[in-house]
Design a protein around this ligand. Structure first.
Ligand code: 13P
Ligand code: ZN
Length: 295
């Protein structure tokens, strides 16, 4: 992926778009993700789906430039607006020079092409994972109680390490994470889906990711990273942090060289499912995964 190299710092007062609350939250998440070391170089990307009242706040709503077709159409999102990181943008630069490293795009009515509304001041395009972000939004929009406004993709080292150790199977990965600390089952009760290792970017990986997003809160891309959906910035970032921390705990336990001696009993996960009113992936509540720590 080509990287942008020259930047002009943008002060918040220099552009009314930068003062909009959702833009400020978006930029804050980029800084926090960088500080967490979730983003080497241009690794990772972030998107936000604007609400109607937020579109009305834009100083200029009309797109400019030509329509750019996408590899996979998202008819359910036709006409919608998204704030999204630019392809090749390093997270350490995003809040420093947002108009160059992010953009607001609008989709055409059929959801097959995008046009620029704001940003990309030096040219470029939205993230190479645009299709994954949009297809995930479309999937989650079909489930009103799990509707998501934020999609966050990052490369947390602990989570990527799991793909070197665990079978690439959603139940095993979810159970390994849930069993690391009890809050996990409350924070991602639908578990973590897994997509096998494949070339980043475009329609192939986005199709498989969206399929997993239908039944999970987050999707692990083997040997690559993690995709988290959230109703807001705190939820998406908190999910990334929690899964990263659970993965770290799991790896520390494995590094001890001991087999698992004590575990969270399945009965506790059953109680959590009850506490959540059954809003949990019940296929994962009972053990029997393929975790090497249990062998
Ligand atoms: P972009 O720079 O195109 O967003 O790609 C980064 C990445 O993490 C690809 O998966
Ligand atoms: Zn990536």
């Amino acid at each position: 992926m080509p990287m942008n190299t020259t930047w002009t710092a943008q002060e918040p007062g220099s552009d009314p778009v930068l003062a909009l609350p959702f833009v400020r939250e978006f930029l804050r998440l980029c800084d926090d993700g960088f500080r967490m070391r979730f983003h080497e170089r241009n690794g990772g990307n972030l998107s936000y789906w604007l609400r109607q009242e937020e579109i009305r706040m834009l100083p200029e709503k009309e797109p400019k430039g030509s329509w750019i077709p996408m590899e996979a159409a998202v008819p359910a999102l036709g006409g919608e607006y998204f704030l999204i990181t630019a392809s090749g943008s390093c997270f350490r630069n995003i809040s420093y020079a947002p108009a160059e490293n992010t953009c607001i795009i609008r989709l055409n009515d059929g959801g097959s092409s995008w046009q620029l509304v704001w940003g990309l001041r030096n040219g470029g395009r939205p993230t190479s994972e645009l299709e994954s972000h949009l297809q995930n939004f479309a999937i989650r929009a079909q489930q009103p109680e799990r509707e998501s406004r934020v999609m966050y993709h990052a490369h947390p080292a602990s989570v990527i390490t799991l793909s070197n150790l665990l079978p690439q199977d959603s139940k095993t990965v979810t159970r390994a994470l849930w069993s690391s600390m009890i809050e996990c089952a409350f924070i991602f009760p639908y578990g973590v889906g897994v997509v096998p290792c494949m070339i980043p970017g475009g329609a192939k990986i986005s199709g498989q990711t969206a399929e997993q997003m239908q039944t999970h809160d987050a999707v692990l891309w083997a040997h690559h990273g993690l995709f988290c959906a959230g109703k807001d910035f705190d939820s998406a970032f908190g999910l990334m942090e929690t899964i990263d921390k659970a993965a770290e705990i799991y790896l520390k336990f494995l590094a001890s060289g001991q087999k698992r001696r004590y575990t969270i009993p399945d009965a506790i996960f059953e109680e959590i499912a009850q506490a959540l009113g059954g809003k949990m992936n019940m296929a994962y509540v009972h053990g029997g995964g393929d975790d090497p720590a249990d062998e």
